[in-house]
Design a protein around this ligand. Structure first.
Ligand code: PRP
Length: 222
């Protein structure tokens, strides 16, 4: 029987994903953070994992190259979510999406007087929707990383980025000026795989869902 492939996001989310998968009885045979192997079998004979750049996870699941995936809400919103079920909030990778500017920049005043504001971000789609909903016109500049540098280097007046501890903003004299939304990671599913390979996919899906539910129950009991 072919295994059910789970696409995992590299980086910080992975550190929180691996313990959750372990609680679901799915432990990769090698540590994906150090292994050079791209496809890893797991302790669960039904499941294997691939570790991808976060933005590629929805694409693998959308096209069915992976039946299941773990992706941040930020990445899913930018992707658009077409062709994906997003049934379970995994409660990991929690952070916030915010607008931030240099502490010397008067954001409120610029907004109030309708200044032409330049905003750098890798979340162009979400940022466009956020500012449009507020009736603000901003010039968006697409970046792929190190957004915090943009206001310091004079590329932009503000950024839209994720904030977790707030340390990166602080270290660069930036402050959050608007909160956009809370972010966490979701289990995503290829609908065709769930339908056509239900006998294989559903048990793996359910094991992950049960591990999340068990955490919730343990949390509620504390
Ligand atoms: C994210 C985000 C910020 C940082 C915020 O980047 O883009 O730069 O974390 O975290 P903090 O509030 O705890 O300082 P990440 O390190 O995930 O890498 P990335 O730039 O590749 O997204």
């Amino acid at each position: 029987m072919p295994t059910v492939t789970i696409a995992l996001s590299k980086g910080r989310i992975l550190d929180e994903t691996l313990p959750l998968l372990a609680e679901a009885g799915i432990v990769p045979v090698e540590d994906p953070r150090s292994s050079r192997r791209l496809i890893l079998a797991t302790s669960d004979a039904r499941a294997s994992v691939v570790v991808l750049r976060a933005t590629d996870v929805p694409t693998y699941v959308q096209y069915g190259a992976a039946a299941l995936g773990v992706a941040g809400r930020d990445v899913l919103l930018e992707h658009g979510g077409d062709g994906l079920y997003q049934p379970v909030d995994l409660g990991i990778g929690r952070c916030r999406l915010v607008v931030a500017a240099h502490r010397s920049y008067d954001w409120a005043h610029s907004v109030q007087r309708g200044a032409r504001i330049r905003v750098a971000t890798k979340y162009v789609r979400v940022a466009r929707e956020h500012f449009a909903a507020k009736g603000m016109h901003v010039d968006l500049i697409k970046l792929y990383g190190s957004m915090e540098l943009a206001p310091l280097a004079g590329l932009a007046d503000a950024i839209v980025d994720l904030v977790s501890t707030g340390n990166t903003l602080k270290a660069n004299d930036l402050v959050a000026v608007e909160d956009i939304m809370p972010i966490s990671s979701r289990l995503i599913v290829n609908p065709a795989a769930l339908k056509l390979r239900r006998a294989e996919v559903k048990p793996v899906h359910d094991a992950i869902e049960a591990a999340v539910a068990a955490r919730g129950a343990a949390g509620a009991g504390r």
